[in-house]
Write a protein that binds this ligand. Structure first.
Ligand code: ZN
Ligand code: FE
Length: 247
């Protein structure tokens, strides 16, 4: 059985602690900095086995060097095209954009798949833990898909972001999506400006908890203006508008 615990880092980042309570093995996703994840690991007397990086930005990999330390047996996985940009990377996953690829890695008995999701950065990758016994899958989306939003296009095109978001949200509706930043309240203000008549957006904004990760494919299909964009052009227009939006 694998547990997933968000670990707030920096100002609004989420790292994630994945844990096998049976063995004490733990893994991290996107350790922005070392101290909060190290404390979370110590609190459960965990043994760090591996680190998943969704992309090379410092607020997702800044803690890796210190967390890996001198221990030679902690693997660090990222997309193959992020070679040289992710500290201490040992696994170079050659995932492509149109089909989930088996990484060969298994975490607490759950298979790990990868999908290349360029748009925010050119080496962005989504990590997917396959559910067991009818449980939904868990997907780590980094800064490509946020609850009710998407990342800025630093190294990618609107067409790439459109493709990446559509791939992520064709997964089953109950799939859990764990994202990189707590931006949800601001994202929903923009979503309401884009679609004033979307009741799902208004209802979601009214009932927002302090911590909104994970979201689900169903919620994103109902409320995310970038997932809901009907074309690449519409996504591009909305992304430009969001860059300027002060809501
Ligand atoms: Zn980023
Ligand atoms: Fe980020």
């Amino acid at each position: 059985m694998l547990t997933i615990e968000p670990v707030p880092c920096l100002r609004d980042n989420y790292a994630y602690l994945l844990r096998d309570p049976g063995t004490g093995d733990v893994w991290l996703v996107d350790p922005s900095e070392a101290d909060p994840p190290a404390r979370a690991i110590a609190a459960v007397s965990g043994r760090l086995r591996g680190i998943l990086a969704t992309h090379h930005h410092h607020d997702h990999v800044g803690g890796i060097d210190e967390l890996v330390g001198d221990g030679g047996d902690v693997w660090v996985a990222g997309h193959a095209s992020d070679r040289g940009r992710i500290p201490r990377q040992t696994e170079f996953v050659e995932a492509n954009t149109d089909a989930w690829q088996d990484t060969g890695l298994v975490l607490a008995g759950r298979r790990l798949l990868g999908l290349h999701i360029p748009g925010h950065t050119r080496g962005a990758i989504a990590w997917r833990l396959v559910g067991e016994g009818g449980e939904p899958d868990d997907v780590f989306t980094g800064d490509t898909l946020f609850a009710a939003g998407c990342g800025r296009l630093f190294e990618g095109t609107p067409a790439q972001m459109h493709m990446s978001l559509q791939q992520l949200t064709t997964l089953p509706p109950s799939t859990r999506l764990w994202f990189g930043h707590e931006y949800t309240a601001a994202n929903l203000r923009f979503a309401a400006a884009v679609e004033p008549d979307n009741r799902a957006v208004a209802e979601r904004a009214d009932a927002l908890p302090g911590r909104t990760t994970p979201t689900t494919v169903a919620d994103e299909r109902a409320t995310n203006p970038f997932v809901r964009a009907d074309s690449v052009e519409e996504l591009a227009t909305r992304r430009r508008a969001k860059d300027e939006f002060r809501g």
